[in-house]
Design a protein around this ligand. Structure first.
Ligand SMILES: CC(C)(COP(=O)(O)OP(=O)(O)OC[C@H]1O[C@@H](n2cnc3c(N)ncnc32)[C@H](O)[C@@H]1OP(=O)(O)O)[C@@H](O)C(=O)NCCC(=O)NCCS
Length: 149
């Protein structure tokens, strides 16, 4: 099955929030997705019209930042996350000069995906995130879009 990537709609939010609760220990609230629909760029990936993944990014003064990206647990490991990320990078590269993101140092799947598509680690923010056992480092990653398109 080939997924479709389109703009996120309000009607997607209950399912997207449910996926978010499933896949991350520190989920966004549904209200954060709702606010992002007004403030940021939001994408939904669907399979047969059902949301299975989503991404939120922002572009300010030529700098893009990924704020959220996820694929529903039952749909992970099928290349959908990579497809969503590459789609988003294509959109961002048309409007921005570089991309930044922050990722939890223990998030091995996301780190591997980001490295695979060409993001590189530029710095470590110690104890940046709270987790159940205290604090956790953030890895800041970047990609330069010069010559990308
Ligand atoms: C990160 C995430 C979006 C990846 O989505 P996915 O659809 O499972 O990823 P893909 O199937 O496209 O895999 C792409 C690459 O990611 C990496 N990857 C994916 N799952 C992995 C795992 N369990 N362990 C290690 N690497 C993994 C691999 O490099 C993989 O490439 P390969 O298939 O050639 O080995 C997904 O794991 C997710 O939703 N995680 C929870 C939310 C999250 O952490 N988001 C990132 C916040 S910064």
């Amino acid at each position: 099955m080939t997924p479709v990537i389109r703009k996120m709609l309000t009607v997607d939010l209950p399912l997207i929030s449910a996926i978010e609760q499933q896949v991350t220990p520190h989920p966004w609230r549904e209200s954060q997705f709702r606010e992002s629909l007004d403030k940021h760029q939001c994408l939904t990936m669907t399979l047969q019209d059902q949301p299975v993944g989503y991404a939120v990014y922002t572009i300010v003064l030529g700098e893009a930042e990924i704020l959220n990206i996820a694929v529903g647990r039952g749909f992970q490991g099928r290349g959908y996350g990579r497809q969503l990320l590459n789609h988003m990078i294509g959109l961002m590269a048309a409007q921005a000069e570089r991309l930044f993101l922050e990722v939890r140092a223990t998030n091995a799947p996301a780190l591997a995906l980001y490295q695979d598509v060409g993001l590189v680690e530029i710095c470590l923010r110690r104890n940046y995130y709270q987790n159940d056992s205290g604090q956790e480092d953030a890895i800041v990653m970047a990609m330069d879009f010069a010559g990308f398109l």
